[in-house]
Design a protein around this ligand. Structure first.
Ligand code: NAI
Length: 328
């Protein structure tokens, strides 16, 4: 039984091929799922997609017409998929809600610590035999006030790690969890207080109608001068132009992002032969106090193993005619 895996990279293939699986034949394409590539899934039992694939209503309609019965998202974020449309066409949808929240939390802290100690610039200098330390003065995380927006599985682990650094933790989440307050001394508060007092703001919320462009001109104006912003949630939570203005004025002291609002078609590909693909992104790259990784917080062996196993479990449930444990 065929499962077409879109947006495949070598590491996906390695982990899916390693599964003990007598039921499904995984076929891999590098192409993203979209209205033009949907027909590649003709005859497949299900498709397996990633964060930047397009499973909007018109694409789903096409997939349904080709007999596809399920969309297995090999990611936690599912904003790329129109769930209502899928249900209308009788298709299953499932994601992998938790594969290794530690991977993303650790990457978040990596971005933060690298920025706090100018690690990228320091390494570049040493490689040039330049040991001048003048511009590399950093700051401690100890005793810094960190506001975490979206304190879910990943945000909770980030809180744990930062608690270890001795940070003072604030959180904003519509569903506060008492355990984080008890264990990591995280105090839930309003977004307004976070903007007002946080030295560092970490975004680990999903993209939804409430979080779209949460970080914009107005919220940035309410933040502390020199605030450090880290986003490993979703790119659309930040208005990039407004953040560029904040960086240019010095209001924002540093920015670390693993996600970018216009990453679709940009991230996950090698554009080195044609660098001028995105002028907005180029402006971000021009700042020395901006550190960007291309949506790779999930990219650990631990996470990939867990993703492939859970995806197989989701598909197997559908094959048995049951809803998956992670049905959406
Ligand atoms: P989760 O569902 O455990 O946590 C999300 C938290 O955000 C929940 O506690 C929820 O109540 C909260 N939330 C919802 N709406 C909010 C709002 N308007 N303001 C503040 N908080 C809000 O999900 P998890 O596993 O912690 O993942 C969080 C996000 O991280 C995902 O939605 C995904 O977008 C992103 N992610 C990024 C990855 C990467 O590689 N960069 C990998 C995996 C996830």
């Amino acid at each position: 039984m065929k499962v077409l895996v879109y947006s495949t990279r070598s590491y996906d293939r390695t982990h899916f091929d390693a599964l003990e699986n007598g039921l499904f034949t995984f076929e891999y394409v590098e192409d993203e799922l979209n209205i033009d590539t949907a027909e590649l899934a003709k005859g497949a039992f299900a498709v397996c997609i990633f964060v930047n694939d397009d499973a909007s209503a018109p694409v789903i309609e096409k997939l349904a017409a080709y007999g596809v019965r399920g969309i297995a998202i090999r990611a936690a974020g599912h904003d790329q998929t129109d769930k209502e449309a899928a249900h209308k066409f009788g298709m299953h949808v499932a994601n992998v809600p938790s594969y290794s929240p530690h991977s993303i939390a650790e990457h978040t802290v990596t971005l933060l610590t690298a920025l706090s100690r100018h690690i990228v610039e320091a390494d570049a200098r040493v490689k040039q035999y330049n040991f001048n330390l003048e511009p590399l003065v950093g700051f401690n995380l100890h005793h810094k006030k960190v506001g975490i927006i979206g304190v879910g599985k990943i945000g909770g682990i980030t809180a744990k790690i930062l608690h270890g650094f001795g940070c003072e933790l604030l959180g904003f989440d519509p569903f506060p969890k008492e355990e984080y307050t008890k264990q990591y001394n995280l105090r839930y508060t309003t977004l307004e207080e976070i903007y007002q007092v946080a030295d560092i703001i970490v975004i680990q919320a999903p993209l939804n109608a409430h979080t779209k462009y949460l970080i914009n001109k107005t919220s940035i104006a309410a933040m502390k001068d020199g605030v450090v912003i880290i986003n490993t949630g979703r790119g659309g939570v930040i208005n990039t132009q407004d953040v560029i203005d904040g960086l240019a004025s010095g209001k924002i002291g540093a920015l670390g992002i693993d996600v970018y609002e216009k990453e679709k078609g940009l991230f996950f590909y090698d554009h080195s032969a044609n660098k001028t693909v995105d002028p907005l992104f180029d402006r971000l790259l021009a700042f020395k106090n901006v550190l960007i990784t291309g949506h790779m917080a999930f990219l650990t062996t631990n996470a990939l193993t867990s993703i492939s196993r859970t995806t197989l479990a989701n598909l197997s449930s559908w094959h048995k005619g049951e809803a998956a444990e992670n049905e959406l």
